[in-house]
Ligand binder design. Structure first.
Ligand SMILES: [Zn+2]
Length: 144
């Protein structure tokens, strides 16, 4: 099937996409990418002496990539469903949302949330990057 002249593989046909264009390219992957920032406090429980064990905060940056199929509404998933996660994280004490809120665990938390809101979609992979500072980030990739 085609969509704006691009052949889309493995996508269910809910409407006549051929009406939108020709059949001269193959889509081999499709994804959406979005990001948001939030401020949050945390403290870590570590087995060694670290300033991270004291209560402190970061201005986190979260990048989310969702790989999947374009459905009949023309979307892999709505960007706003991901942006809503900012409200759950912003200006919180992260230890109240999850145990040991490292950047890794925040990324896993975001992955789980994105998979949950995308249950009705055809999502293949979710990649989440959580930046704790300008030069340090964690990346987690999960599949449905
Ligand atoms: Zn920290």
């Amino acid at each position: 099937m085609t969509y704006f002249g691009i052949k889309v593989l493995n996508t269910p046909s809910y409407f006549d996409r051929n009406s939108l264009g020709g059949d001269d390219m193959n889509v081999i992957s499709s994804k959406i990418v979005t990001s948001f920032r939030f401020s949050g406090a945390h403290k870590l429980n570590l087995s060694y002496e670290s300033k991270c064990c004291r209560l402190h905060g970061h201005c986190w940056r979260v990048e989310v990539e969702v790989e999947g199929e374009i459905l009949d509404d023309g979307m892999i998933m709505d960007f706003s469903e991901i942006k809503k996660l900012k409200c759950e994280l912003d200006h919180t004490y992260l230890n109240e949302l999850m145990d040991q809120p490292t950047a890794e665990n925040i990324a896993l938390w975001v992955c789980r949330k994105v998979l949950n809101v995308a249950k009705s979609r055809k999502v293949k992979n979710v990649i989440v990057r959580v930046w704790e500072s300008e030069d340090s980030y964690v990346e987690i990739k999960v599949s449905e």
